[in-house]
Design a protein around this ligand. Structure first.
Ligand SMILES: O=C(O)CCC(=O)C1=CC=C[C@@H](O)[C@@H]1C(=O)O
Ligand SMILES: [Mg+2]
Length: 337
């Protein structure tokens, strides 16, 4: 166990370039431990049980590290939030990525805007690029079928549609009715047991995120259990937390699609030195040769200054430590007591 003086707990707040998932400022906590740094950044609305799984991912990073990589470069998609067509073009062109994931269905009446965004992304990517969409459960099956037919026309072709509806049954129905691959995201990461989701008729692709699943090793088990090709996707972490997702992508036996790991580009600042930031370069993220360590100047700039928010994160961290399967696995300095 690590002495309290050896570990650090650093709440951060980082402005975003574009609103994403309703968020304009990303908050979380960077944590150090005996073998490196991890990140605890469950979204504010998540309860303590969910937050404890996010903390388990940081415990793994800080105390044991990750399995050895099988590859050195991870192809990634550029992420296009629900922005204007003009902004979508800027994001795609700036990314250098050949694949774009476009958020759709932000509002019940957003289909016309979604179509315009997809057309803009196609014009920026050119005919050879791949476009995937993510509706984050917002359609029912009929809405999904209608929307996907229009979005396929706008895109020319869709690589897949991520979580168009909430339930596995609805995913299966949409998959039967439209000629587009279906990817499961929330159906896996929000399941009571993510290794036992009946995806057989419902999905062609599994979106796997180690940050909410409790670590890289746990995510590898979940990935295997799906029996599907996997896409590793971010949970909107800084480079320190994203390094775990990159380690997962590097350790998967097969990686047939680009991963959803381009999200550091949505951050105005990062927590590591600019040369170490896990922003995609020409559509790829290089697997870091060593664990990422925050940069002192970057940390000084992103440290959370609001004492109320700092106390809120500190208390949340302490509750999440209590919620770990093995609270003693957390370095003792993560608790105030
Ligand atoms: O997959 C990507 O390219 C970006 C990551 C992404 O879309 C997400 C990150 C964080 C929270 C999720 O709601 C969202 C997703 O639904 O996949
Ligand atoms: Mg998703």
């Amino acid at each position: 166990m690590t002495a309290e003086t050896d570990v650090q707990v650093v709440p951060y707040a980082i402005g975003m370039t574009d609103r994403f998932r309703g968020i304009t400022v990303r908050e979380g906590v960077l944590l150090s431990g005996p073998v490196g740094w991890g990140e605890f950044c469950p979204f504010p609305e998540y309860d303590d049980t969910v937050a404890a799984r996010w903390l388990a991912t940081a415990v793994e990073a800080c105390t044991v590290g990750w399995p050895a990589p099988l590859r050195q470069d991870i192809p990634v998609n550029c992420i296009v939030p629900a922005v204007s067509p003009e902004r979508a073009v800027e994001l795609v062109l700036a990314s250098g990525c050949a694949t774009a994931k476009v958020k759709v269905a932000e509002r019940p009446d957003s289909l016309a805007e979604d179509v315009a965004r997809i057309e803009a992304v196609r014009s920026a990517l050119g005919p050879g690029g791949a476009i995937r969409v993510d509706a984050n459960t917002r359609w029912d099956a009929d809405q999904a079928v209608r929307a996907l037919r229009q979005l396929v026309r706008a895109a020319g072709e869709l690589e897949y549609a991520e979580q168009p509806c909430r339930t596995v049954e609805e995913l299966a129905e949409v998959r039967r009715r439209v000629d587009v691959r279906i990817a499961a995201d929330e159906s896996i990461r929000q399941a009571a047991d993510p290794t036992r989701v009946p995806l057989g008729e419902a999905a062609d692709v599994a979106v796997i995120k180690c940050t909410p699943l409790g670590g890289v090793r746990r995510a590898l088990e979940v990935a295997e259990s799906t029996g599907l090709p996997c896409v590793v996707s971010s949970a909107l972490e800084t480079s320190v937390g994203l390094a775990a997702q990159v380690a997962l992508a590097a350790a998967l036996p097969e990686l047939p699609f680009a991963c959803g790991l381009g999200t550091v580009s949505l951050f105005r600042e990062d927590v590591v030195a600019p040369g170490e930031s896990l922003r995609p370069q020409k559509g790829f993220i290089r697997v870091p040769g060593a664990a990422l360590v925050p940069d002192a100047a970057a940390l000084a700039s992103v440290q959370m200054s609001d004492p109320v928010r700092r106390a809120w994160w500190r208390a949340r961290l302490e509750r999440a430590v209590d919620g770990l399967p093995q609270p003693s696995a957390a370095p003792i300095g993560w608790r105030r007591t």
